[in-house]
Design a protein around this ligand. Sequence first.
Ligand code: ATP
Ligand code: MG
Length: 298
Amino acid sequence: MLENVLKTQALAKSYGRIKAVKSLDLEVPDGAVFGILGPNGSGKSTTLSMLLGILTPDSGSFSWFGQAPEPAQRKRIGALLEQPNFYPYLSARKNLEIACLIKECSPTRVDIVLEQVGLLARAESAFKTFSTGMKQRLAIASALLADPKVLVLDEPTNGLDPQGIAEVRELIIQIAKRGKTILLASHILDEVEKVCTHVAVIKQGQLLAQGSVMEILRNQHQVELKADDMEALERALSAYEPAAERRRVGNLIVLSMTGEPDGSALNRYLYDQGLVLSHLRVHKKRLEESFLEITAKA
Ligand SMILES: Nc1ncnc2c1ncn2[C@@H]1O[C@H](COP(=O)(O)OP(=O)(O)OP(=O)(O)O)[C@@H](O)[C@H]1O
Ligand SMILES: [Mg+2]
């Protein structure tokens, strides 16, 4: 059982009459890559700012590592909220050495983080000569300087070209593999699906759904089937475990699956029982679709 690195309870924040975050309950498990997914203006940045002590919540509470917020905790949380300021004419290494002085961490960390983000070979190059993806990787390196337990990233691929986006996403996955918990805000469904293990979907400051990316997808995958002997097919499928639900829709049987559908395994299972299918179609719904459904209901 994973323990929660972060828990928020009824967290709320308004700007005057605009209710930016409404009674938000989040649970971020240790080791998760947790995506806060929501359209522009849904309160993602406001939430992250509260969690980092930049904004004070109007009401509600949160705890990092099971403890009420206190300044010492911040050392265990690396953050990248907006484009950081690097000196354009100074090298990557020099920029990180300066950041190191500000963050009071050991200068030996500089090469370690440069290596982690794949920039060690470019350590002596001036920041201004970097591609957008390299600039963002350097920013992530800076957030890693104090060797935090948690990394908080607000829209880490914003403004990057496709190559840069791919580089940064891969880097996030690699950092998570080394055991860090990552909290990432994004308005891009595809990004959350590719990078995150868990997701909280928010809209207008309100939580719509939260769980593992698989959980949010569960029961969303469907398989359509048809055979000459539909009754025999129904009987055979009644014992088919990966199906959470079975329905007759017109002349088809539609299964809602608990996980990723495996069409060939299902076909084999039925063939072994003497059933030959005349129709088999697998619909894999992506998070994008369930997100759109969820938000449409709100
Ligand atoms: N400083 C501020 N003053 C007034 N209103 C604000 C301020 N910052 C944010 N808001 C409002 O609060 C709401 C939530 O904004 P927030 O920046 O948290 O959303 P977001 O999900 O991060 O959006 P984006 O995807 O565009 O970054 C929006 O309606 C926004 O206009
Ligand atoms: Mg934002």
